[in-house]
Design a protein around this ligand. Structure first.
Ligand code: COI
Length: 324
């Protein structure tokens, strides 16, 4: 399934400044109580480039705050993208990344949509590897979680009138994580949102722009107060078809058929989503990427969510128009 075993196949090309790594095998963390909260690790990767130019090889620096102009494009106009991917420690000591080139491709597509400079695929993957190795002691023991990598692409140059920023920053930080939802691996209880839309046709729902995420907070906060795990969005045009959950894609299964909303411009093309589609097809399931009606939920055998942070999460209940 595209497991990317780079650890033994490629030497770690340390760039200056050469971080002095600790010899400790593991950071001092209670690995059994990991959730999905930020735990600052040792190093982050950072590089900048001017508009119209290419990103140069960056450097690892101590994890910490970054300085930004108050007029930075990302602060004023939301010109920013993020990615999420994970590194795992295996029993044999190897470290595996999960399809990082897919994140690189998605960032590139997003950058085009948001009029931003972006790192090449090779640069992105190389930067990820460096970040993982520099923070290796923060990768949880096998089976206890993963090191979540958060690549950011930000319009950091100052801009007052609405226009692309004159400078971009590509940064990667890391945090050890385990389950995304407080439910752990227990089934999720979703609420179908009808008052707010996540994305609109020909908008930016299909790219991982930072501006897709704050707008879901109100519905999510309300749903959580009512005891739900998260919110399931419907398409803004007809309000009849499933879109996605705030932080992950959704699938329904019936017999040997698995269906998920097609990536028609409003749905994020999740890498876990793509992987599940590929694996399910290999296992002999009929996989359909199409409009999935909210009314199909009632007939489904199973429903599950997929995402990098979320993994593959079972859904226990969905509440739609007060019907559970
Ligand atoms: C991820 O799954 O990695 C994401 O970026 C979703 C985020 C809301 C945690």
């Amino acid at each position: 399934m595209g497991r990317y075993n780079w650890f033994t196949s490629q030497p770690y090309p340390l760039e200056s400044p050469n971080p002095s790594y600790s010899d400790e095998e593991y950071a001092d963390v209670d690995w059994d109580s990991l959730g999905f909260g930020l735990m600052a690790t040792d190093y982050m990767y950072i590089t900048k480039c001017c508009e119209g130019q290419h990103f140069e090889e960056g450097q690892l620096s101590r994890y910490g705050n970054i300085e930004l102009s108050p007029a930075a494009g990302v602060l004023n106009y939301g010109q920013g993208l993020f990615e999420g991917t994970k590194a795992y420690r295996k029993e044999n000591g190897r470290v595996l990344l999960f399809r990082p080139e897919q994140n690189a491709i998605r960032m590139k597509i997003g950058a085009e949509r948001m009029c931003m400079a972006s790192p090449s695929i090779e640069h992105f993957v190389h930067a990820l590897k460096q970040t993982v190795l520099a923070n290796k002691r923060w990768i949880p023991p096998p089976g206890k979680g993963s090191l979540y990598l958060r690549p950011l692409l930000l319009g950091t140059g100052p801009v007052l009138g609405l226009a692309p920023a004159p400078e971009y920053t590509f940064l990667i930080y890391a945090s050890p994580v385990r389950n995304y939802f407080k439910e752990g691996s227990a089934p999720l209880n979703l609420h179908v949102e009808e008052n707010f839309d996540r994305a609109s046709r020909r908008g930016t729902g299909n790219v991982k722009t930072i501006s897709n995420y704050a707008p879901v907070l109100m519905a999510q906060t309300t749903a959580k107060k009512r005891g739900f795990s998260d919110v399931l969005y419907l398409d803004s045009a007809t309000k009849k078809n499933l879109e996605e959950v705030s932080s992950c894609n959704i699938f329904i299964a019936k017999g040997k058929c698995i269906a998920t909303p097609a990536t028609n411009g409003t749905i994020l093309s999740g890498i876990t989503r793509k992987s599940v589609i590929e694996i399910a097809g290999d296992l002999g399931y009929q996989v359909e990427e199409r409009a999935v009606g909210v009314d199909e939920l009632i007939e489904a055998d199973e429903v599950f969510c997929t995402g990098t942070a979320v993994g593959v999460a079972p859904v226990g209940s969905i509440t739609y128009q007060d019907k559970r």
